[in-house]
Design a protein around this ligand. Structure first.
Ligand SMILES: Cc1cc2nc3c(=O)[nH]c(=O)nc-3n(C[C@H](O)[C@H](O)[C@H](O)COP(=O)(O)O)c2cc1C
Length: 399
C-alpha cells in the first residue's frame, strides 16, 4: 500500500495579520446569486480558509443548508441562534473578517440600521472586525436611492463593498446589480488577511506581460514573461480601491480593471502616452522587447532556406515615458543574482525611477516570488518566496 500523502503545511506569509488558521464568517442571504456560494466556499477551503456560514431563511430557498454544511465542513447558523446558544459568538471572535455574499437589498437595509432580527444581522452587529458586503440584486433595487443611502451609511461606518458589476441578470435583463465573480471575492478575502492597503482615490497605470514583435503576419518575437505579477498588481490595486488601467500584452478581462490590449512595444508606447498623465503611480511590470524586426513581412514567410532577421532596437519605454510631477514610477529589473543589485541601482538612476523591483530569471511564471525593492534614497527591502498577492501588496504599499 502506498503511504498517504502528507498535506503540505500552509505557508506563513510576511504580511499576514493573524498567526492562526484563517477563519471567516460568511453570511448568505436570499438572492439568486446564492447558488454560486458553494463554489466560493470550496475555493476558500482550497486556500486553507475556514468558513463559518450563517444563512438567512430566505437563502434556504436558493441553496440548501446541507450543501453549505458539506462544502464548508461546518453547519450554517440559520435561526435566531436560540438553538445554538452563544456558541457562535466564539466564532465571531476568531474570525478575521465578516463577509455577506450575496447581500440582498433587504439585509443591506437591516445592517445599515442596526436591525438584528436573525442570526446573520445579529452577528453582523456584534462583530467588531473588518466587514465586506457583496451585493447582488436587480438594477432598480440597486439604483434605488434608498439602497444607495443604506450603502453610504454602511461605508461611513467603515464597511467595505465589492461590486455589484454590470452584466446579464438572472431575470434576463442586463444592468448593474450582478454579483462580482467569486474568484474576486476570494481574492478580496485573501487581501483582507494582509495589513490594510487603502488605495481609494489613487489612479494607477500598470503594464503587464511580454511584448510580441511581428516577424510576419502571424509570427512574433516574444519572451517568457507570463504577466502573472502584472495582473496580480492590477487586481490587488483595484481590490484595494484604486482606479486601475492595465496595459496588457495579452487580452485581459476583469470587472474591476480598465484593460487595454497592447501586444507590441509601439502599441504600449501609444497607450502609455495617452494614459500616463492621469495616473498617481506608474508600475512598469511588462517585459518589453529590446529589439523588433526591422521590416516585418506582411504575409506569412515561406520556409525557403535560411532566413536572416534584421533587428532594430526599440524605444526604452520606462526611460522615456513622459512623467508628471509627484507621480510615483516603479520599474522592474531582471538580472542574474551576481549583478542584480548593481544593475538595479544603475537602472534606477538612468531611468529616473522611484523604485526598482529587482528579480532573477527564475521568478518568471512562478506563483511565489523572491525580489528586492530598491529605492532611490538607497533603501532596499528583500522579500522571500511570497505569493503573487503578497508580492503585489508589498509593491503597492509604495504608492
Ligand atoms: C426568485 C427570487 C429571486 C430574488 N433575488 C433577489 C436578489 O438577487 N437580490 C435581492 O436583494 N433580493 C432578491 N429577492 C428578494 C429577497 O429574497 C427578499 O427580499 C427576501 O426577503 C430577502 O431576505 P434576506 O435578506 O433575509 O435573505 C428575490 C426573490 C425571489 C423570489
Amino acid at each position: 500500500m502506498r503511504p498517504a500523502k502528507k498535506k503540505p503545511k500552509a505557508k506563513r506569509n510576511l504580511l499576514a495579520l493573524n498567526s492562526g488558521p484563517t477563519q471567516v464568517i460568511l453570511g448568505i442571504t436570499g438572492g439568486i446569486a446564492a447558488y454560486k456560494i458553494p463554489e466560493l466556499i470550496r475555493s476558500c477551503r482550497n486556500q486553507d480558509i475556514e468558513v463559518n456560514p450563517i444563512m438567512t431563511t430566505s437563502a434556504l430557498e436558493f441553496v440548501t443548508a446541507t450543501t453549505i454544511a458539506t462544502v464548508a465542513e461546518s453547519a450554517p447558523l440559520i435561526k435566531n441562534g436560540y438553538e445554538e446558544g452563544i456558541a457562535h459568538l466564539a466564532n465571531l471572535k476568531n474570525a478575521s473578517c465578516f463577509v455577506i455574499a450575496p447581500a440582498t437589498a433587504n439585509t443591506i437595509a437591516k445592517c445599515a440600521h442596526g436591525i438584528a432580527d436573525n442570526s446573520l444581522t445579529a452577528a453582523f452587529l456584534a462583530y467588531q472586525g473588518p466587514k465586506l458586503i457583496v451585493p447582488a440584486m436587480h438594477t432598480e433595487m440597486w439604483e434605488n436611492p434608498i439602497t444607495q443611502a443604506n450603502v453610504a451609511t454602511l461605508k461611513s461606518y467603515g464597511v467595505e463593498f465589492l461590486g455589484p458589476v454590470s452584466g446579464p441578470l438572472a431575470c434576463g435583463d442586463v444592468g448593474a446589480g450582478r454579483m462580482i465573480d467569486t474568484a474576486l471575492i476570494l481574492a478580496k478575502i485573501q487581501l483582507m488577511q494582509l495589513t490594510q492597503l487603502d488605495l481609494s482615490n489613487k489612479t494607477i497605470l500598470i503594464t503587464s506581460g511580454g511584448t510580441q514583435e511581428p516577424i510576419d503576419s502571424i509570427r512574433t518575437i516574444t519572451n517568457a514573461s507570463t504577466g502573472k505579477l502584472g495582473n496580480a498588481l492590477a487586481t490587488t490595486a483595484a481590490l484595494a480601491g484604486a482606479q486601475v488601467t492595465l496595459l496588457s500584452t495579452t487580452p485581459h478581462e476583469s470587472a474591476l480593471v480598465t484593460s487595454i490590449h497592447t501586444p507590441t512595444v509601439q502599441s504600449m508606447e501609444k497607450a502609455l502616452e495617452q494614459s500616463v498623465g492621469d495616473s498617481d503611480a506608474l508600475i512598469m511590470a511588462a517585459a518589453v522587447s529590446d529589439f523588433t524586426p526591422s521590416s516585418p513581412a506582411s504575409q506569412k514567410l515561406k520556409r525557403d532556406g535560411d532566413l536572416t532577421l534584421q533587428l532594430t532596437p526599440t524605444k526604452d519605454l520606462l526611460a522615456n515615458v513622459p512623467r508628471t510631477e509627484n507621480q510615483l514610477v516603479v520599474g522592474f529589473c531582471l538580472e542574474s543574482e551576481s549583478n542584480l543589485t548593481t544593475s538595479a541601482q544603475e537602472k534606477l538612476t538612468r531611468k529616473n525611477c522611484d523604485y526598482i523591483i529587482a528579480n532573477t530569471p527564475d521568478a518568471i511564471g512562478q506563483d511565489h516570488r523572491s525580489f528586492t525593492i530598491v529605492g532611490k534614497n538607497g533603501q532596499s527591502n528583500a522579500y522571500e518566496n511570497i505569493s503573487l498577492m503578497e508580492s503585489a501588496h508589498a509593491i503597492l504599499s509604495l504608492v
